[in-house]
Each structure stands twice: as structure tokens, then as C-alpha cells.
Design a protein around this ligand. Sequence first.
Ligand SMILES: [Zn+2]
Length: 471
Amino acid sequence: MGLFLLVPKPIKCVNVLSLLIDPDDIYSSEQKPGSSDALDFRHHNYKEMRKLMKSVTDECPDITHVYTIGKSYTGLKLYVMVISDNPSKHELGEPEFRYVAGMHGNEALGRELVLNLMQYLCREYKKGNQRVVKLVTETRIHLLPSMNPDGYEAAYEKGSELAGWAEGRYSFEGIDLNHNFPDLNNIMWDWNHQHVFPSQVSPETRAVISWMQDIPFVLSANLHGGELVVTYPFDCTRDWAPQEDTPTADNAFFRWLATVYASTNLVMANPDRRICHYEDFQKHNNIINGGAWHTVPGMNDFSYLHTNCFEVTVELSCDKFPHASELPVEWENNKESLLVYMEQIHRGIKGVIRDKLTKQGITDAVVKVEDHDHDIRSAADGDYWRLLNPGDYKVVVWAEGYFPSMRRCNVGMEPRATMCDFTLTKTNISPHLALKCHFLKSHLKSYLFINNFENKLKIISLANINVTSKC
Ligand SMILES: [Zn+2]
């Protein structure tokens, strides 16, 4: 029926076709394929970025909220846009996600992709795109397009052609922000390690650290450029070996996360693509353990060891500062990856840990999963999220002043977190002793689990806590 309505004006149809296929322009349209999304594809300096973020909040006031987490050395604000159905506050049980771009100021593509993503989520939500509506309703998404605005402004002034390989990479003070986080990986292995913070911590790093502490982030990606690969922690090798595979306790899930991004990125997934420089990441399916590539005490490791948040680094393109004309195709290359990666936040188990009597949520309760030597802690209202691959897990939860509680939680294949709530009963026994008693009485025979418990005891003894009294 719709076709017949178009037919009465054949001349117009011919004109439309000639616009679509211009025989003189076949090659240029092949060389510069665009995007079907009408987004603001250009490089945005600080003022233009602010203006664009304002226009998105004007367009979608109900699902967006802009805030700042601090300032750069020269006083430029580090703006974050949060996108969610209830953007201004945390909702019980709703996980918090973040994308961080522009840590290295000259790696400009991530910044533009994050700005594209803001516009895209706003418009598709309004259009009723079911996938986007679900994501925005069930997730609180924080987008920091520019962690190092001083560096970016320096690179932007030179532009795509003239910006050198390192121009604008560093903060105004000359600090590489991805080498500016405390090296917790080595501290974890060396208890006598005194060097907790790097000698000079930039205001940008401090702002991001306090942001990570304020919000119970579950999943994140740090967007870089200059290569085509997704790296997962640990990024820092033990004892600073220049190159060594350094897996976390969640290696399988991190490999899944990295694969999700890399296998849906249209350039990485293309088997005929050229390598960027001299390393062929394609033979590793475009993912690699950070330490196995080059050691860096970066944000990924800090996020994993100091907070509950799992983070990978995405190296988005060979060219750090692509020409503006390439931005539409770069958006298309990364659109699915950016969306499907965010959706991974809804895997594993989640729930609320409550006091059995008062039903109040318990803050800072420890969630321990069998065979995973990496604990997660509950947020302010007692809610928690524990990313896990499909499987059947024994989960123990304990908190200061409560008896531990154990239950089995099953994670299925579908991207939907399994609800696993806990209620804890108060005790007068010290929490560490209560934990020890629980293990002694329980039927958990797994060697690894016992081993983890021994690690716990080591920590307790280091903290001079007496656990010799009887259960
Ligand atoms: Zn970088």
C-alpha cells in the first residue's frame, strides 16, 4: 500500500534514486561509508563538547543528568553524563556502568564515540527502541568522555593531521594518567611494600579515584586508541616483569568481556584486516592480558582490586586521532560493541543482603564465591552484583557482627543476573571468628576454597586480630 502511494510522482522517485546512486560517485561512497544514525559526527573541543552534552539533556531531560567529578590541572571540568530511567540517584538493585574516554588526551576517537553514544541512547530511547529502553531502564550508565581535557585541547589545536603520536597524551603536568594509579597488584603480593601511591598524583586521577569510591560501579571500559585490541587485567605484572601473563581470579569472565567487545567490533572481527603496527593481535582473537602485552599500573587493576568494578581497556583504532570524515564509519564499527558490552553488566548473580530481624540492607557485607579468590562488597543499601560466567556456585556472605550465610546460586546462559538474596543473623562473636567457625562447620571441601581461607587468616594475622579463641 505504501508503495502505491509513492508511485503517482515518478519523477520524484527518479530523483531520489539518483541521489542514492550517483554513477560518478560510486568510489567515493565506497571509500567513505557513513552511518544511518544522524549524529553529530565531528571533533568536539571542550566548549563544543559541553554544548553537545547540554543539547542531549535538553532533548532527553527525563533520562539524563550531567555532573562533574572534579577539574583538570588547568581548571577544565570533568563532565559525566548519566543515562538511566532515574538518572539522579542509585536505585536498589540497579547496576552502575561507566565508560571512560580520553585518559590520553590525543586518543580522540573514544571521546567522540562516547558523545555519539549519548545522542544515540537518547534518540533511540525516545523512538522506543526496545533494546535501548531495556538497557536504560535496567542500568545506570555513566559516560565520562574526557578524563584528560587539558591533553585533548593541546591535541585538538594541532588537529587530526598534525597531532603527533604523543602530543596531548599526558596531563598538563606531564603525567601519563594510566601510570598514575596506585600499584595494588604488587602491594597485594608484597606486604612490606610501602609505595602505595605514585609520587605525584594528578587532580584528574584523584577525581576518578573518588568517583570510583562514591558509586558502586559494577562494569566499565576505558577507551584508548593507537591499536586494535581489548586488554583485560592484570595490566601490571608482579615484580614489574616487562611482559608476563598475569591473570586475575576472574580470568575466564574477563576473557569473556574482552571477547564480547572484540568479536562485535567490525574492524577487529574482520579476518582480512591489516595489523596496526608490528604486533598481530588477531592470532589472539584481538584480546590479550594487559601484563602479557606491557606492564602498566593502570586504572583497570585499581578498579578491580580497590573497588567492585570489572574494567577492560579497549584500543579502538590504529589511528589515535582519525579524520572527522572517518567518524561515522568508526561509530558503525563500534556501535554494537559499545551496546553489547554494557549489556554484560546483567550477568552473574545479584541481590540484597539484609538483617534478618530489621530487614534493613547491610552495607559492606562480603560476598565470597567458591573458587574465586576475589570478594565483592555490598553497596550502601545492601545490594550487590557479582559478575560470573554460567555455572553453579556456592556463595558465602558475611558481615561485621553477623553469622555468615551460604547458599547455592545458579547462573544461566541468558544475559540476566540470577537473583540471590541473603539474610544475616546478628552475632556477638567477632566476624573473623564467625567466619572461621563457619568454615570449620560447613561441608566445603574444595581445596581452593580452604586455601582462600588460609589467605584470609594471613590477612587477619597481619592485622593483629586474635582468632585463637574457640568457636
Ligand atoms: Zn592510551
